[in-house]
Design a protein. Structure first.
Length: 119
């Protein structure tokens, strides 16, 4: 059984989801619940920190695809930061950098949200 958890914290108007462990078919519902909670609480500037994400499957990637248009429709975005190289390679292989802002650091992602909000 894979282990996975989502931690919640915020920096200004940015809701940060800290992913830890393995995001797969068995654990994808936890990420779905986290994104839905953000939406319900009207926190649509969502930053997914993948520094401690060891693995992602197609089911995990599907969660991102399932919510990105909805979150953007609410005036927000989902940005992804600090991915481990092997996890980034999965995102990259499937073309996610064309659809999502995938940044090297959490700080860069937060500032990208702040700069977008100021426009």
């Amino acid at each position: 059984m894979s282990t996975f958890s989502v931690g919640y914290r915020s920096v200004g108007s940015v809701q940060i989801l800290d992913l830890q462990g393995e995001l797969d078919a068995h654990t994808a519902a936890e990420l779905e619940t986290a994104i839905q909670k953000c939406q319900k609480d009207n926190n649509v500037h969502i930053l997914v920190n993948g520094a401690d994400l060891a693995y992602i499957s197609s089911a995990g990637l599907g969660v991102f695809m399932a919510y990105i248009e909805e979150v953007r429709g609410q005036g927000g975005d989902i940005k992804i930061a600090a991915l481990q190289p092997k996890v980034f390679n999965v995102f990259d292989l499937l073309g996610f950098p064309m659809l999502f802002d995938i940044l090297d650091t959490e700080e860069t992602a937060v500032s990208r949200f702040e700069n977008t909000s100021a426009d």
